[in-house]
Design a protein around this ligand. Structure first.
Ligand SMILES: NC(=O)c1ccc[n+]([C@@H]2O[C@H](COP(=O)([O-])OP(=O)(O)OC[C@H]3O[C@@H](n4cnc5c(N)ncnc54)[C@H](OP(=O)(O)O)[C@@H]3O)[C@@H](O)[C@H]2O)c1
Length: 258
């Protein structure tokens, strides 16, 4: 066993001061890389299987509100958001203790999975305001570009395909298109439909994000059908052949082209 001779307080302080030039740059470097390391962790899939997700909902309207109710019922922690969060208190009280209310920024920070369900014209602003909070997260996007509501930017997004356009606006390739072509009333009333569930076409480029989206579609009471990549999600953009919202999984699958 080796012993280190005790050193006096002055000598200790002198050694500590001498070490500052060495340690300070390391601390600065650690402070710089820590946020990067934290956001680089694959967030949702790092958790134990069957553990509930933390879901942040941006746009708690007809679609976002219906999905919030399904996912709280499935056991997830859900933060619904609004630019006027106080207006969500009644909804949160109705949904119970796993539901919380906040601003869009709080939803983006809270969720390991994010639902974006807003008028499409809000996409550019959300993408620039919440870029840091949304980085690396799994994002389910229900939002449709509609010219009469969203203006000229909708035409551009329709031309690219909404999936590709959303990924560009949000600076995020983990976007999964889902729930964009089921009417809100059907979504709210036909979860777990008997004898056969309705299908939800989904698509995206990130395999892990797709697995998470499939789980969340099932837990909402619908059958997910993976159509393909983000580019192929244009096949179920509004007005396209697969955007009927009222098919079973077998019917939808039979309409897919290779
Ligand atoms: N309705 C349908 O049948 C249906 C079906 C499939 C897909 N979609 C698409 O899904 C999206 C949502 O539809 P919805 O019917 O649920 O719409 P909605 O009822 O009008 O709700 C939209 C929500 O977006 C929020 N919002 C608006 N501008 C925002 C902004 N700049 N930043 C943050 N939040 C903003 C609003 O929240 P606050 O005002 O409280 O902040 C509002 O609650 C749309 O793109 C729609 O085309 C709709």
């Amino acid at each position: 066993m080796t012993h280190t001779a005790p050193i006096g307080r002055r000598a200790f302080v002198a050694r500590a001061l001498a070490a500052i030039p060495l340690v300070a740059p390391m601390l600065v470097a650690l402070a710089l890389v820590a946020p990067v390391l934290l956001t680089a962790v694959p967030l949702a899939e790092a958790q134990a299987p069957d553990a509930p997700f933390r879901i942040g909902i941006i746009g708690t309207g007809r679609i976002g509100g219906a999905l919030a109710a399904y996912w709280v019922r499935a056991g997830h922690e859900v933060l619904v958001s609004s630019r006027h969060p106080q207006e969500l208190q009644a909804l949160v009280a109705r949904l119970g203790p796993r539901a919380h209310a906040g601003t869009p920024r709080e939803a983006a920070a809270f969720g390991t999975v994010i639902l974006i369900s807003v008028p499409y014209a809000a996409m550019p602003e959300l993408g620039s305001d919440l870029r840091r909070e949304l980085a690396g997260k799994v994002i389910l996007d229900t939002s449709n570009p509609v010219e009469r509501r969203d203006g000229a930017m909708a035409i551009d997004a329709q031309r690219k395909g909404a999936g590709i356009a959303t990924a560009e606006y949000l600076h995020n390739r983990r976007v999964v298109r889902a729930f964009n072509c089921i009417p809100a009333a059907v979504l709210a009333s036909e979860g777990d439909r008997r004898p056969e569930r309705l299908a939800i076409p989904i698509g995206g480029d990130d395999p892990q994000a797709l697995v998470i989206a499939e789980q969340l579609v099932r837990e909402a009471g619908f059958d997910p059908v993976v159509v393909g990549s983000l580019a192929r999600t244009r096949e179920f953009d509004l007005g396209q052949p697969l955007a009927t919202g009222r098919l079973t999984a077998a019917e939808l699958t039979s309409r897919l082209t290779d």
